[in-house]
Design a protein around this ligand. Structure first.
Ligand SMILES: Cc1cc2nc3c(=O)[nH]c(=O)nc-3n(C[C@H](O)[C@H](O)[C@H](O)COP(=O)(O)OP(=O)(O)OC[C@H]3O[C@@H](n4cnc5c(N)ncnc54)[C@H](O)[C@@H]3O)c2cc1C
Length: 381
């Protein structure tokens, strides 16, 4: 059995690791080059993501990810300003109930991606933009790429994110709706704000604060084990540059409207806008923004994909953001899709399930789990 995966994001790489580990022939095609930075700096990984990583990755890879996670995040704090000082005004349990985040731990996103790529060097082709597919009479699928190249396989998986070209051709009635919301995000070294008292206040918990109509969400990532030491212990094959100069930091986000963002586009302009928008916040929070790594600051668009009716299974399928969006926990859903699809395809590989039935089993589970999922929470920071 041969599988083509379009997209080397969280979903595509988790799937590729799982298939590779099971001995299945897999090829990943990624449009960007390997140095393009991924969305956001850190990721709240809950039980769904952790279970998928444990199931799909070699054990040393999974151990590397877990060793470098931040501490447990079991509640979401609400901060407020009292007499000019920040204080904790409330705490909600992270229990996954009623749209609240599930408990989890923070992961440094570029490090997770580097771990996911380790061992797949001969499987992932960068700079390869998928353009279309053709279902062939013999049941196989042929994929076409922007450079005119093609590849043929038994299964084509669209793991190509929100703008998925696979979804646009396969399920053209699925729509991406722009919510008009924007998220300004950045990251700041912990040492740069160590004297503000903020870090003692929030510990490992995500926290939000609203002052004069401006909302800010933040969370600290203190690596449980130093990434350099963890690499040495668990995954020496991981490129050294994935761990060198990685330090504890606080990630912050400002949910705003398109109008509030204005024309700011470059990281420097977005950072300036973030400083303007936080001018009324308490000094500790202003420092977090003012001391941010300028090129980590960016503005992201909010979108959603309304659920669509079920479709008959075939040799083409979609996983992750290509079929459902959840800004606060979509990465967990993406990795869980990869896990479930991998399990189904392994059944086929071992002759226990017809291929199309296996894809149908995955798609039914994915639709049941995600098309009724609650709207995004603020666990992302
Ligand atoms: C601000 C923000 C914060 C978030 N925080 C969290 C969080 O804390 N926890 C969480 O679980 N989720 C979070 N998410 C959601 C999470 O980032 C996404 O759900 C996740 O990245 C989806 O993974 P994916 O692999 O499906 O898609 P992507 O990560 O988008 O990967 C798709 C890949 O496909 C490639 N590609 C696209 N088109 C083509 C093509 N035509 N040919 C070849 N390759 C192509 C892209 O270059 C990309 O590498 C957050 C999202 C945002 C925006």
């Amino acid at each position: 059995m041969r599988v083509i995966v379009v997209g080397a994001g969280l979903a595509g790489l988790t799937l590729a690791q799982g298939l590779r580990g099971a001995g299945i022939d897999v090829a990943v095609y990624e449009r960007d080059d390997p140095l393009v930075r991924t969305q956001g700096v850190s990721l709240h990984v809950d039980d769904r993501g952790t279970e998928a990583l444990r199931a799909c990755l070699p054990s040393a890879h999974a151990a590397m990810v877990e060793a470098t996670m931040g501490g447990p995040r079991e509640q979401t704090l609400t901060l407020s300003e009292v007499d000019g000082a920040l204080t904790v005004a409330g705490a909600q349990p992270s229990d996954g109930v009623a749209g609240r985040a599930r408990p989890g731990r923070q992961v440094h996103r570029p490090l997770l991606r580097a771990v996911l790529l380790t061992g797949l060097e001969d499987v992932v082709r960068f700079g390869a933009e998928f353009t279309r597919f053709e279902q062939r009479a013999d049941g196989t699928v042929r994929a076409w790429f922007a450079d005119g190249g093609t590849d043929t396989a038994d299964v084509l998986v669209g793991a190509d994110g929100i703008g998925s070209a696979v979804r646009r051709q396969y399920l053209p009635h699925a729509r991406v709706v722009n919510t008009g919301r924007r998220m300004l995000m950045g990251a700041t070294a912990l040492r740069a704000v160590a004297d503000t008292g903020l870090l003692e206040l929030i510990g490992h918990s995500p926290a939000s604060v609203r002052v004069n109509g401006t909302m800010m969400v933040l969370g600290a990532l203190r690596f449980t084990e130093s990434p350099v030491a963890a690499r040495q212990r668990w995954l020496p094959a991981l490129p050294l540059n994935a761990v060198a100069q990685v330090e504890d930091y606080v990630m912050w986000a400002l949910p705003i409207t398109r109008e509030q963002l204005g024309s700011a586009g470059s990281p420097a302009a977005v950072w300036r806008r973030a400083k303007e928008l936080t001018a009324d916040l308490p000094p500790a929070l202003r420092s977090v923004v003012a001391e941010a790594w300028p090129d980590s600051t960016r503005a992201l668009r909010g979108g959603t994909i309304p659920p669509i009716p079920g479709w008959p299974a075939g040799p083409v399928t979609v996983i992750g953001d290509a079929i459902h969006l959840a800004p606060g926990f979509g990465g967990n859903l993406a990795m869980r899709d990869a896990h479930h699809l991998c399990e189904s395809l392994v059944q086929t590989y071992h002759g226990r399930l017809d291929l199309i039935d296996a894809i149908g089993v995955y798609e039914n589970t994915m639709r049941r789990n995600t098309f009724s999922a609650p709207v995004a929470t603020k666990a992302g920071a």
